[in-house]
Design a protein around this ligand. Structure first.
Ligand SMILES: *Cc1c(COP(=O)(O)O)cnc(C)c1O
Length: 388
C-alpha cells in the first residue's frame, strides 16, 4: 500500500528532470509539457533568469516572517503593482489563500465602508468556477466532487451562470459586497465569456457599489497574451488575485493586488501568513515582473495562438472535436466518443503531456517559451490520438 494519499489520479509518469518546454521521466522518455503546472510554469521549467534570482536569494536570506521586514518585500510589491498598474499588494502563498484573502477583504470592506449589517455580506460567484480547495471556497463551488462530504458549508455566496451579466445584476442586493469571477474559466476547460461580459460586470459593480474581484491565478501573467486577462477587455478590477506563475514554477507565491482604499481595510493584525512575502518568493516574483515587463511572453502567446486554434478547428471540421476554445496559448477541447483520460493517455504515449480537466474536456497550456514547430508536434500528436 502506498504511503501517499490518493487525492489525485495522475498519469503513470514520474518526472525526473525538466528544462524549458520539455520534461523527462524516470524511464528516459521526453515529453512536451502542455500542463505547465496548471500555468505555474508559464516562463518554462527552470527559466534561467528565475533560477538565478532564486539561487542568489538562497545565498542571502530565505525566510524572516512578517514580524520583521525584509529587503525584498517592498521591491516585490512595487514591481508587481507597477507591472499590473495596481495600487497595493498583499502577499500570500497559494492561490486558494489569495482567494480567501480577497473574500475576507471584500467582507470587511462591506462592513467597514459600505455599511452592510454584520454577518450579512454576500458574494456573487459563477457556476463552474474554480477558486481553490479550502472549506470556504468549496462552499461556493458547483462541482459536486469538490464539495460532497466536506460540509457544513460557509454561507454568504450566491451562484449565477457564468457569462451572463444580467444574472449578476439580478443577484445583487444591499448585502452584496463583491462579484468574484474568473476572466476565463480555467479548470472548467478554458471557458471564454461573451465579449462584453467583463465590461458589463465592471459597470454593474460600479453602479451598485460592489467590488469586482477577478481571479487571474490561472488566466493572468501572460497565458492569454496579456499581463492580465482583464486588460483585453479594458477593465480594471477592484481586487485581482494572482498566483501560480507568480512563483515562477519555483515556489508557491500568491497575492491580492488592487485598490489601496479597499486593501486598506486589512490593518495590522487582522490577517496574515507565516510564509507570505518571504524573501525567496519575493526575489522570484521581482524576476517574474522583470520578464513580463518586456512583453515578450505575452507577445508569443498572441502570435502562436493561431497554431492551436486553426489546427484545432481543422480537427473540429473533421468531426474529431466537438468544441474548441482558444485564447493566447491556452486551449480547451471537447472530444466526442472518447474520454479526456483516453486522449491524455494517448497523447502521453506520443510524447505530449496534457490532461483532462473533467469528463471529455482536455486543456493545453504549454510554457510560453514553446516553439512553433513544437506546437505543430503537439497538434500532430493530438490528431493521431483522436484517430487512433
Ligand atoms: C489554481 C487556481 C486556484 C487555486 O490555486 P492553488 O495554488 O492551487 O491554491 C484559484 N483560482 C484559480 C482560477 C485557479 O486556477
Amino acid at each position: 500500500m502506498s504511503t501517499l494519499a490518493g487525492n489525485y489520479h495522475p498519469l503513470d509518469i514520474e518526472i525526473a528532470h525538466a528544462q524549458g518546454t520539455w520534461v523527462t521521466d524516470t524511464r528516459g522518455n521526453r515529453y512536451i509539457d502542455c500542463l505547465a503546472g496548471y500555468s505555474a510554469l508559464n516562463f518554462g521549467h527552470r527559466n534561467p533568469e528565475l533560477i538565478a534570482a532564486a539561487h542568489a536569494q538562497l545565498d542571502r536570506v530565505t525566510l524572516t516572517s512578517r514580524a520583521v521586514g525584509n529587503d525584498r518585500l517592498e521591491p516585490f510589491a512595487d514591481a508587481i503593482t507597477t507591472l499590473t498598474q495596481m495600487q497595493m499588494l498583499l502577499p500570500m502563498n497559494t492561490g486558494a489563500e489569495a482567494v480567501e484573502t480577497a473574500i475576507k477583504t471584500s467582507r470587511k470592506w462591506g462592513y467597514d465602508v459600505k455599511g452592510v449589517p454584520p454577518h450579512e455580506a454576500t458574494i456573487i460567484v459563477a457556476a463552474g468556477a474554480f477558486h481553490g480547495r479550502t472549506t470556504t471556497i468549496i462552499s461556493m463551488s458547483t462541482d459536486e466532487q469538490a464539495r460532497a462530504g466536506f460540509g457544513p458549508y460557509t454561507p454568504g455566496f450566491r451562484v449565477v451562470p457564468y457569462g451572463d451579466a444580467q444574472a449578476v445584476r439580478d443577484a445583487i442586493d444591499d448585502t452584496t459586497v463583491a462579484v468574484l469571477i474568473e476572466p476565463v474559466q480555467g479548470e472548467a476547460g478554458v471557458i471564454i465569456p461573451p465579449e462584453h461580459y467583463l465590461t458589463a460586470l465592471r459597470e454593474t459593480c460600479t453602479e451598485n457599489n460592489v467590488l469586482l474581484v477577478l481571479d487571474e491565478i490561472q488566466a493572468g501573467l501572460g497565458r492569454t497574451g496579456a499581463t492580465l486577462t482583464q486588460e483585453l477587455s479594458g477593465v480594471r478590477a477592484d481586487l485581482t488575485t494572482l498566483g501560480k506563475a507568480l512563483g515562477g514554477g519555483i515556489i508557491p507565491s500568491s497575492a491580492v493586488v488592487g485598490r489601496a482604499d479597499v486593501l486598506g481595510v486589512m490593518t495590522a493584525g487582522v490577517h496574515g501568513s507565516t510564509f507570505g512575502g518571504n524573501p525567496l518568493a519575493c526575489a522570484v516574483g521581482i524576476a517574474v515582473a522583470k520578464i513580463l515587463e518586456t512583453g515578450y511572453f505575452q507577445e508569443r502567446a498572441r502570435t502562436l495562438s493561431p497554431v492551436f486554434s486553426e489546427r484545432a478547428k481543422d480537427y473540429a471540421g473533421e468531426g474529431l472535436l466537438s468544441d474548441v476554445r482558444c485564447i493566447g496559448l491556452w486551449m480547451g477541447i471537447d472530444v466526442p466518443h472518447l474520454t479526456g483520460r483516453q486522449v491524455s493517455e494517448r497523447l502521453a504515449a506520443r510524447g505530449v503531456l496534457a490532461k483532462e480537466t473533467h469528463g471529455n474536456t482536455i486543456r493545453f497550456a504549454p510554457p510560453l517559451c514553446v516553439r512553433e514547430d513544437e506546437l505543430h508536434t503537439v497538434m500532430d500528436a493530438l490528431g493521431e490520438a483522436l484517430r487512433a
